[in-house]
Write a protein that binds this ligand. Structure first.
Ligand SMILES: Cc1ncc(COP(=O)(O)O)c(C=O)c1O
Length: 398
């Protein structure tokens, strides 16, 4: 029997059974629906994309997987080379893993060990944001600030090694003043905090964070598992402000296979590069650098570049603004739009009860959470399809 995610199994409603998918459409035996959330924000090219499917098939004809311990292969080498060119600055050193959560774990471990390798043993603390979400594994839950995980605090006591601050510059300055000697890193979802409620904030906060990290020698980590590959209207927020460590997942493979990467800059990499075996990064997921995942990720990035996805994303943002800006209802708190993300925040979560089925009946798949009704569509969506998604959101309030 399947144990489904984030669900009380006893009261859970029967999930929609998908029997096929193509383009932006998911198909059940009775309905075709636009996937307005791109399978948890990952399927940026839509389903059954011929180029991506072919990449997997042709790699599978050779080998699907070999471990990276003592072995290497062309797909992983090509992907690492591609990422080196594709990512800004000296974010050149790719550590692959099988999910976003694990890639964040690797980033946090890297930041801690970077200082241990330098003999700075007192830098044990992580600075993080309120409402942060970085995954479901233990350390990512700890640096996150998801109410559903606060039982962890109750079980283990207060988080000694994590400090949470809001996305406000005075709080940032204060945290650095108080804790800079003990901090190893500051981790953020840059510009857009996804699972914490689709919260958007200004780039000036990140510019200030970079300045303070430089001043006090603290590593800056951007968790772009959700924001990477165009979601905020930037290819990566790292194009605007460069972190020391960048984490990518979800759309890395166009949502075809779970894979992720923790990318370090030269400074971080050289903090491990040594004749001393104790200074090596001791991590190695079985499926890191999986050949199918790397082959499809490479093609996904090529499509992103060759088909000018940034123009597609700007078009999605413009249409969304045209359709949604100024839309209001007494139940709505705020409508927020950034790049390929739109969120209608309601005052009471109860105002969204029943919306999923309402949308399903109108041919749209949606999954509201907290107080958020939102869309993060595949970038290949047509104008007509996008308007249908947005009209469905508006229709709910009429
Ligand atoms: C910002 C961010 N980091 C990490 C993760 C975890 O990724 P995964 O579900 O692949 O473990 C998510 C997933 O939603 C995310 O949004």
């Amino acid at each position: 029997m399947i144990w489904y995610p984030y669900q009380q199994m006893k009261t859970m409603k029967e999930p929609y059974k998908i029997i096929d998918a193509e383009g932006v459409y998911l198909k059940t035996s009775e309905q075709e629906m636009i996937d307005s959330i791109s399978s948890w924000w990952s399927v940026i090219h839509g389903y059954r994309h011929p180029v991506l499917t072919e990449a997997i098939k042709s790699q599978a004809d050779h080998f699907s997987h070999v471990m990276l311990g003592g072995l290497t292969h062309e797909p992983v080498q090509k992907l690492a080379d591609k990422l080196k060119d594709f990512l800004p600055g000296d974010l050149d050193y790719c550590f692959f893993s099988d999910s976003g959560s694990v890639a964040v774990e690797v980033a946090l471990k890297m930041a801690l060990q970077y200082y241990v390798n330098r003999g700075e043993m007192e830098r044990t603390k992580v600075l993080s944001l309120t409402h942060a979400y970085h995954g479901d594994t233990f350390k990512t839950m700890e640096v996150g600030d998801d109410e559903d995980y606060h039982f962890i605090l109750e079980a283990y006591g207060k988080k000694k090694n994590v400090i949470h601050i809001p996305t406000q510059i005075p709080a940032l300055e204060q945290a650095f003043e108080n804790y800079h000697q003990e901090l190893n890193c500051f981790i953020v979802e840059p510009l857009l905090q996804g699972a914490g409620g689709m919260r958007m904030y200004d780039i000036s906060f990140l510019v200030k964070a970079r300045e303070l990290c430089d001043r006090y020698g603290v590593l800056l980590i951007f968790d772009e598992v959700a924001t990477g590959f165009g979601r905020t209207g930037n290819r990566f927020v790292a194009d605007l402000v460069q972190p020391d460590i960048l984490v990518l997942g979800k759309a890395l493979t166009g949502g075809y296979i779970g894979h992720a990467v923790t990318v370090a800059n030269r400074k971080v990499y050289h903090g491990f590069y040594s004749d001393d075996p104790d200074k090596a990064l001791m991590h190695g997921p079985t499926f890191m650098g999986n050949a199918l995942a790397c082959s499809v990720a490479l093609k996904s990035i090529e499509l992103f570049e060759d088909e000018d996805y940034m123009t597609k994303i700007r078009r999605i943002e413009a249409i969304t603004k045209h359709e949604m800006e100024g839309f209001t209802d007494e139940r709505i708190q705020e409508v927020r739009i950034m790049g390929g993300c739109v969120c209608v925040e309601v005052k009471e979560a109860a105002a969204l009860q029943g919306y999923q089925q309402f949308a399903y009946e109108r041919g749209v798949f949606s999954r509201p959470f907290l107080n958020c009704m939102y869309a993060m569509v595949p970038y290949i969506i047509s104008e007509e399809e996008l308007v249908r998604v947005l009209d469905t959101m508006k229709a709910w309030f009429r």
